[in-house]
Design a protein around this ligand. Structure first.
Ligand SMILES: Nc1ncnc2c1ncn2[C@@H]1O[C@H](COP(=O)(O)OP(=O)(O)OP(=O)(O)O)[C@@H](O)[C@H]1O
Length: 235
């Protein structure tokens, strides 16, 4: 098991945001977590990366507890987060956005930029463009490349389709599916886009009001009524 989250709780002051969350990801898996606005998806991603102080439970990465470790230590262990809203540098060029994400000397940086351009060919012709002048979809590709440039073993994706045109969402889905075949990576993604999540994920969980304890059986993912029931809606 690469990631094992057990009984994880987090709160903002006295208000709980995650309540005894249990899930895991095996090496090479794409695990989707489906949930509506405000259900705790971002809090979960940021807790695993180490930005949110948790109030209970356990997070293990590659068999080791990571709860007491800082964000940069988790990054060095091989965890990467593509944050909600992408958070690229709007005033830096695409090339500079990539370069500043890559640790190492000049040669290593140049080699890794080339490696990322092979994975994201669409960024090649945009290298000199300012990050802020990219479309939402292009920004998402850049954010993915910035994360992968550090060669994480686990990539956490926080709502990759948010604010992106439907036509580009398919391209992002195809790019991610191709990636998982080319490189050794485990992905945990949180989303509210059902088609995107079912298209990419090996397994899907539902999160509702900070509670994540149910895996949605694969056979039921194509049944809108069953998914609604899992998400806590009554027919
Ligand atoms: N910094 C904060 N301070 C206080 N409450 C917060 C903070 N961040 C999130 N919350 C609350 O915690 C709950 C979970 O929020 P979270 O952002 O994790 O949900 P989400 O599923 O990612 O939602 P969205 O899709 O809108 O980003 C919400 O009720 C939210 O209002």
């Amino acid at each position: 098991m690469l990631l094992d989250v057990k009984g994880l709780s987090a709160a903002y002051g006295l208000v709980p945001a995650l309540h005894r969350v249990d899930f895991h990801a095996m090496p090479g898996e794409v695990v989707g977590i489906l949930g509506h606005n405000g259900m705790g998806k971002t809090t979960l991603m940021r807790s695993i990366m180490g930005y949110v102080k948790v109030t209970g439970g356990e997070i293990s990465f590659d068999g080791q507890s990571i709860l007491g470790t800082a964000v940069n230590a988790r990054a060095r262990m091989g965890i990467g987060l593509v944050p909600q809203g992408r958070q690229i540098f709007p005033n830096l060029s695409v090339k500079e956005n990539l370069e500043v994400a890559i640790p190492g000397g000049k040669a290593e940086v140049a080699r890794t930029v080339d490696e990322m351009l092979d994975l994201f060919p669409r960024l090649k012709r945009l290298l000199d463009r300012r990050g802020g002048a990219l479309s939402g979809g292009e920004q998402q590709l850049l954010a993915l490349a910035r994360c992968l440039a550090r060669h994480p073993r686990l990539m956490l994706l926080d709502e990759p389709t948010e604010g992106i045109q439907p036509s580009i969402i398919d391209e992002i889905s195809d790019t991610l599916a191709a990636l998982t075949k080319k490189i050794d990576i485990t992905i945990v993604l949180v989303e509210q886009n059902l088609d995107f999540i079912t298209g990419l994920s090996d397994r899907v969980y539902a999160i509702s009001n900070g509670v994540l304890d149910r895996e949605i059986p694969k056979a039921e993912l194509t049944d809108a009524g069953a998914v609604s029931a899992f998400m806590g809606f009554t027919a």
